[in-house]
Design a binder for this molecule. Structure first.
Ligand code: BV8
Ligand code: ZN
Length: 249
């Protein structure tokens, strides 16, 4: 049965849950996409880990520098803009993202809950003291190469990106807010996620269990067969504007 856009038009509390796919049409590679260049033979779950950083800080820091440069060049795409527009059309919207880029914010979304942190935050790997972006970016920003991380001003340890690495716990307060929204929303719009990474991937299931309707937007099949689960198959940059048009005219 197709999704009824009236469910979006009449939602009381909409939870929008996004993954790497929402930034794909901005040119940002997803975690499913093959890595290239220096990192072609690397496993992203290794690179995005404390072990990976400890083993080769310059390789991991260089990977984040390259990703940061790509995000700085990228622009929000129509999917980000449609999600920002939704906040002006529904009574209550909670935006939870697994992404570490700032494209939702640059599209106009506010109060974005970043489950996996943000690329533009930095802290010391040794003493966890926060570091300013300026210090971190002053480091050699040659793209696509190994690059030694800058040193912490107070203990001399290497700086790391303020993201949640595999094997690290998610920010508790953010996760609690996301779980609470999953329990309270009546519609969860899941955009561009493969639903592989835990515990983030449990959020849509939590919403379904609490009685919400779940709508996926993804070019790939992601349905799990629940009666209140629907999918719009296609790229978010095309599907979301069409969905808003169908729901709000
Ligand atoms: C933790 C920041 C435990 C870094 C990221 C069960 C319970 C708990 C943990 C685990 C568990 N099972 C396994 C684990 C361990 C692990 C995990 O989930 N591993 C996976 C690989 C199986 N989880 C963790 O380690 C988490 N930590 O639970 O700690 C713990 C407990 C106690 C004490 C200590 C520790 C931490 C996970 C966070 C990792 N950090 N990001 C960085 O970015 O560098 S996750 C990273 O991968 C991304 O942020 C993103 O969230 C994720 C990739 O997922 P997606 O966003 O879905 O992207 P993906 O590429 O997979 O899919 C893209 C989708 O888009 C596709 O479906 C595609 O079809 C679609 N698409 C493409 N184009 C478009 C599109 N859709 C729409 N439009 C398009 N145009
Ligand atoms: Zn330090």
């Amino acid at each position: 049965m197709p999704f009824d856009p009236n469910l979006l038009a009449h939602t009381r509390h909409l939870l929008v849950f996004t993954g790497a796919g929402v930034s794909a049409e901005s040119g940002i590679a997803t975690f499913r996409d093959k890595l290239d260049g220096l990192w072609a033979r690397c496993d992203p779950t290794q690179l995005a880990s404390a072990e990976g950083f400890r083993a080769d800080p310059a390789l991991v820091w260089g990977w984040y520098q390259m990703r940061r440069a790509g995000i700085a060049r990228a622009r929000p795409n129509p999917a980000h803009l449609a999600i920002a527009a939704l906040a002006r059309r529904v009574p209550r919207l909670t935006l939870v993202t697994q992404n570490v880029d700032d494209l939702h914010e640059r599209a106009g979304s506010t109060d974005v809950l970043h489950l996996h942190g943000r690329l533009e935050d930095f802290r010391c790997f040794t003493c966890s003291r926060p570091a300013t972006t300026a210090v971190a970016l002053a480091a050699d920003a040659r793209e696509g190469r190994r690059s030694d991380p800058p040193c912490c001003a107070s203990c001399g340890g290497p700086l790391r990106p303020g993201v949640v690495w595999f094997g690290e716990t998610l920010p508790e307060q953010v996760l609690d807010q996301a779980f609470a929204a999953a329990q309270q929303c009546d519609l969860l719009l899941s955009v561009g996620t493969s639903g592989v990474v835990q515990p983030a991937a449990s959020i849509p299931r939590l919403a379904l269990a609490a009685g919400a309707t779940l709508l996926h937007v993804n070019p790939q099949p992601v349905m799990t067969g629940h009666p209140r689960e629907f999918a719009l198959t296609g790229n978010a940059g095309k599907v979301l504007p069409e969905l808003l048009e169908a729901a709000f005219g």
